[in-house]
Design a protein around this ligand. Structure first.
Ligand code: PA5
Length: 451
């Protein structure tokens, strides 16, 4: 895909159809017309907002004044989990890395996506309430982890700010339903919508990810533009899905799974984009792990993980395919002096950043030589536009893979059981079956082995 700045991102396929894979994805590619029809119907029914972003105009109107209002705050604390947190974190790490470095002067973004009391205490114990805006993000408005944080943070704000606490709270949730929406209305909180049909893991490019991104100065409009550039051909002519890279990826991923490659490595050789690995893992796993099918996403970061999990990738079970992410890194950083010892003479005068490219090539070739089917996803630039285009590519590929698998890629029914049991354990009523199952589970005598 060619970006506004003239750079081109591409998929490189020469090592994709190896090992037990068929010679090409021709069989599945023949299903393009069927998927095109489904795409056309889904978009016209309003069921694919991640793709045509019908909310974009409203968001582009609502976000700038809200960001201007939040400018005086030095800290933003995001409460959210899963798809309500991972996109913002990926963008933060990729495009606002200053926070992790010395001498940073703000603004700061903190993302609380767990229920660890000591980590939460470490945040609330240090954040200055007067200088902090809290953004509570939940599509359903009823996720226990997020609401639990919300109740605690509301009390924390109220304690120091009294009636002013509402000015420090923003909610991002469903437009009409759910507890958080009721709360936003009752307490007159600033609120942005998570549109209908936009499930958590497909929502990073809505207010869910873009409000936190905008707060720390990330070019959120460019993210949207990049995403739209990848979606546009599919929207203009659904039949063009046959040539679209997201569909090619979907055919490949489905073939991988059918040929017993049960794991999909996401090897990120754009180190500053490493957190996209966790974002992709959630998108892929929660969308596609259904009916005993799917491939396990395995995020890894180059070059760090060459000294960790890479041995397993190269010589462990032959059950892995690989999405290998590389990019045109802007030349930067230091160079080695001429005074390097003789045994390192070949590094003299070279730039430090030449290591990354060379090591990416070395690992990619080693994976190919070990027979790992591999697609190289190469980003022509590393700006927000490029990231938006990658996110849209992977989201569309995930949906199409699910359609090829014959599962629903936008629900996550299996994870509901654990949530119901946890709620029951905490005293929630209305789950008689879970209460009985829980009692039976706990009645099995434990077999403990001390160590
Ligand atoms: O991708 C998903 O749908 C989930 O991971 C959700 O994002 C996660 O469960 C949080 O849900 P909610 O945004 O409703 O609080």
């Amino acid at each position: 895909m060619t970006a506004e700045n003239g750079s081109t991102s591409y998929l490189e396929w020469s090592r994709a159809w190896t090992g037990r894979m068929p010679a090409s994805g021709a069989a599945l590619a023949a299903r393009a017309p069927e998927l095109a029809e489904r795409l056309r119907a889904g978009v016209s029914a309003g069921e694919m907002p991640f793709l045509n972003m019908p909310y974009r105009e409203r968001l582009e109107r609502a976000l700038p004044p809200l960001l201007a209002k939040l400018k005086p705050f030095r800290h933003m604390l995001v409460l959210g989990i899963g798809g309500s947190a991972l996109g913002a974190r990926a963008m933060q790490k990729a495009f606002a890395p200053g926070q992790d470095g010395p001498d940073y002067a703000g603004p700061w973004l903190w993302i609380a996506d767990n229920v660890c009391a000591s980590q939460f205490e470490a945040l609330l114990g240090k954040l200055p309430p007067k200088e902090t805006v809290v953004v509570c993000i939940s599509k359903s408005g009823g996720t226990i982890e997020t609401l639990a944080q919300y109740f605690l943070v509301r009390a924390w704000l109220q304690k120091s700010l009294g009636d002013d606490w509402q000015k420090h709270m923003v909610v991002v949730t469903d437009q009409k339903k759910g507890y958080l929406r009721e709360e936003a209305t009752a307490k007159a909180l600033d609120a942005l919508e998570v549109p209908d049909y936009l499930g958590g893991r497909y929502s990073a490019l809505s207010a869910v990810g873009l409000l936190p991104a905008g707060f720390i100065g990330i070019d959120w409009q460019a993210l949207l533009k990049g995403a739209a550039s990848v979606a546009q051909p599919l929207l203009a002519d659904p039949a063009s899905i046959a040539q679209h890279p997201s569909f090619s990826l979907a055919c490949w991923a489905r073939e991988l799974e059918e040929h017993d490659y049960g794991q999909l490595i996401f090897f990120c050789y754009i180190p500053q984009w490493a957190a996209y690995g966790q974002w992709f893992a959630q998108l892929w796993a929660e969308s596609l792990g259904k009916d005993g099918k799917g491939s396990l996403p395995v995020p890894a970061t180059g070059v760090t993980d060459q000294h960790s999990v890479n041995q397993m990738f190269l010589d462990g079970p032959r059950n892995k395919g690989c999405l290998f992410l590389t990019g045109e890194q802007p030349r930067s950083g230091r160079s080695f002096g001429q005074d390097l010892p003789e045994q390192w003479a070949w590094l003299r005068g070279k730039a430090f950043d030449t290591l990354l490219d060379a090591e990416a090539l070395g690992t990619r070739m080693a994976l190919c030589k070990s027979g790992v089917p591999l697609v190289n996803v190469h980003m022509g630039s590393l700006d927000e536009f490029a990231a938006g285009s990658l996110m849209m590519l992977l989201e569309a590929a995930t949906i199409f893979t699910g359609w090829l698998m014959g599962i629903n890629p936008v629900d996550q029914p299996a994870v509901e059981l654990g949530k119901r049991i946890a709620n029951t354990r905490l005293g929630a009523t209305g789950y008689p079956q879970e209460a009985a199952d829980l009692a039976a589970f706990l009645a099995v005598p434990a077999q403990k082995q001390a160590f």
